[in-house]
Design a binder for this molecule. Structure first.
Ligand code: SF4
Length: 349
């Protein structure tokens, strides 16, 4: 196939989970999970100009571009026409669509074109944009809103400026800058409104729990939400040998995110060990246990649909399908809660 003819805006890549949901790929989800957000990704023969150490799309990655994976699975390339037709057939199930940019000079314009086309063809389905602040500027944000997007994601990913620079900036010869990302998030909140922009963070990149809590509190203080990921090594990326963070660490950060984003606690009331580990969430122990029993903090955090429920539930995007789920794409059941309580150190085996 002529590669130049399979580029955005006419073509997009789609997460394997979305391809399965829309009938482009075979397969079924572990425990019958349902995907509610179709995650799309721009695609170019020239790829992504960034070099983020943990990303399967990085320009410095070892395999050829056609072998690219992103969050560990292949992303098939499909025409926008076929995507629109497939979503139209399953309107009841799809609560949101997300378009992810690449760091490419054509990406802002193409994001606008694809967004407008989706909104015109599927007016009942809201569209989020996961943008690259390095190539998306204030006027682009205004154009995105006019094209019909209602939510913006800014993947700061790293909790501190030093880690950001090491893994996304000068440490890897990449173009991204910490201050540009935060400024972009502030502009997105101003243009799209409080609660309509948020940041992705990856837990397990060498940050302390205290540092991650500070970053999440900063987002909340700006009016944004945090969408959490547990680091999972991407094959052939510069960090392919790095291990995922301990599950207890991830559970504590999930709890912290929930309390911060729901306005139930503030990082200034948390207690931390000298290592930065959270030792107290600053709320009553019985309340903490009740919140744990609800299972809510451990569900995937992401953009919501029109009903206010999380639509972007990303089944098994950062842990393998199986009992070791990090982000639950559905409400955890009673046995999941027991497992989580053990992982949190709130129950005896
Ligand atoms: S949370 Fe999901 S829908 Fe929202 S910006 Fe991130 S990937 Fe897109």
């Amino acid at each position: 196939m002529n590669r130049a003819r399979t580029e955005s805006p006419e073509f997009l890549r789609m997460s394997l989970a979305a391809a399965m949901t829309l009938g482009f790929a075979p397969g079924a989800f572990y425990r019958g999970a349902c995907l509610h957000c179709v995650n799309l990704l721009l695609t170019y023969a020239s790829g992504c100009a960034a070099k983020c150490a943990y990303c399967g799309l990085s320009g410095s990655r070892k395999p050829a571009p056609e072998q690219d994976s992103f969050i560990r699975v292949p992303w098939p390339t499909i025409s926008l026409n076929d995507i629109v037709a497939a979503i139209a057939k399953r309107k009841g199930q799809v609560a949101r669509i997300c378009i992810s940019m690449l760091t490419n000079s054509r990406a802002a314009r193409d994001t606008e074109i694809v967004c407008r086309r989706l909104r015109e063809a599927l007016p009942d389905i809201p569209v989020s944009l996961l943008i690259s602040p390095t190539v998306a500027h204030r006027e682009d944000l205004v154009a995105f809103r006019e094209a019909g997007a209602d939510k913006i994601g800014v993947a700061v990913d790293l909790a501190t400026p030093e880690l950001f620079d090491r893994y996304r900036g000068s440490g890897v010869g990449g173009p991204h800058k910490w201050d540009v990302y935060w400024e972009c998030l502030a502009q997105a909140l101003e243009i799209f409104g409080s609660g309509n922009a948020g940041s992705h963070f990856i837990v397990g990149m060498g940050e302390t729990e205290h540092e991650m809590c500070d970053a999440m509190q900063r987002v909340s203080g700006m009016g944004g939400k945090t969408h959490l990921f547990s680091f999972f090594p991407e094959h052939a990326s510069a960090l392919e040998d790095r291990r995922s963070p301990p599950v207890a660490q991830y559970r504590r950060i999930q709890m912290a995110r929930y309390l911060i984003d729901e306005g139930m606690a503030h990082v200034s009331n948390f207690a931390f060990a000298a290592s930065g580990k959270i030792t107290d969430f600053g709320i009553d122990q019985r309340l903490l246990e009740r919140i744990t029993e609800s299972g809510e903090p451990f569900r995937t955090s992401g953009c919501t649909g029109r009903d206010g429920e999380v639509a972007c539930n990303r089944p098994y995007a950062n842990s393998r399908p199986g009992p070791r789920i990090r982000n639950y794409p559905f409400p955890p059941d009673a046995s999941d809660i027991v497992r989580i309580q053990l992982q949190m150190g709130l129950a005896s085996p």
